[in-house]
Design a binder for this molecule. Structure first.
Ligand SMILES: CC(C)(COP(=O)(O)OP(=O)(O)OC[C@H]1O[C@@H](n2cnc3c(N)ncnc32)[C@H](O)[C@@H]1OP(=O)(O)O)[C@@H](O)C(=O)NCCC(=O)NCCS
Length: 247
């Protein structure tokens, strides 16, 4: 009978778990984690170059210190007394269009087949920011630079990467200042080179960042006292002054 729940990714065949046709026990024996991630997402095992590129991408997303929302969300949630899975979920919810989540939209725009000029005009013309460009701290995002260097050395430097660089130039012309390509933008260009659908974009950041979140949450448990709060001297109330309700 035709079943309602179908998947072509993994299943139990003759009592053995298989992923895209390979026995999980065989994968445990013979491949590494990045091979398995590629297999899960693409359905085939990667070449050595594909594996090295995906490795670089995942490492670039693992951690960037305490500042970004994903990490502060996760540590705050842990600090309130929640278990690991809740704090990881809180951290993942801290990923959004302005932090880590720009890969998807940037890859979508790059994969649309537009020119840099039209792409930038369309986005900033509607009052939006070009996803994958700009950074709170960096004037040049060293992670983006390194990912592009890897892409060149591993043979993934193609039309999408060139378009991403062109977008940076056009954006600078239009805004009158450099808004550098960031790690999300570089990843968006390279996953497009590797034939990934843009809808997987956020997934790459999530996969890598969960590693960092687990480490931060663990550190919060063992190093900090429970119930972190923003120190009083950093909080200012600037609302309505005290007033009385009418009797
Ligand atoms: C990451 C980000 C929030 C950093 O912002 P920021 O450096 O604090 O920049 P500000 O919010 O102070 O904006 C300063 C100016 O640059 C512009 N700007 C910044 N990033 C821009 C972008 N990606 N596209 C177009 N304009 C951008 C702002 O519109 C603003 O312009 P204005 O002065 O004409 O109003 C911002 O660059 C952004 O939203 N980027 C897109 C999302 C993204 O790629 N996120 C992943 C970050 S790793």
């Amino acid at each position: 009978m035709d079943k309602k729940w179908k998947t072509s990714i993994a299943g139990i065949i003759d009592g053995e778990a298989h992923i895209h046709g390979y026995e999980v026990t065989d994968l445990i024996d013979k491949v590494n984690f990045t091979d398995a991630i590629w297999l899960e997402l693409k359905g085939e095992l990667p070449t050595d170059k594909e594996k090295a590129m995906l490795d670089a991408i995942l490492i670039s997303t693992i951690d960037n210190g305490l500042g970004p929302p994903s990490v502060t969300n996760a540590r705050n949630c842990a600090s309130a007394g929640n278990p690991m899975q809740a704090a990881v979920a809180a951290g993942v919810l801290g990923i959004g269009e302005f932090h880590g989540g720009a890969i998807e939209e940037c890859a979508r725009l790059l994969q649309m087949g537009s020119t840099a000029e039209k792409l930038v005009e369309k986005v900033i013309g509607s009052g939006d920011r070009v996803p994958g460009y700009g950074h709170k701290v960096y004037t040049e995002d060293p992670r983006a630079t390194q990912i592009f260097a890897k892409a060149k050395s591993l043979g993934f430097w193609g039309e999408y990467c060139k378009l991403a660089v062109e977008v940076e130039k056009v954006l600078e012309e239009k805004k009158g200042k450099k808004i550098p390509i960031n790690v999300d933008g570089a990843i968006a260009a390279v996953i497009s080179e590797m034939g990934f659908n843009y809808r997987l974009g956020k997934g790459f950041f999530i996969i890598g960042r969960v590693v960092g979140l687990v480490a931060h949450i663990f550190e919060e448990y063992i190093r900090e006292k429970p119930f972190r709060r923003i120190p009083g001297e950093e909080i200012e109330y600037d609302g309505v002054r005290p007033r009385k309700l009418k009797p």
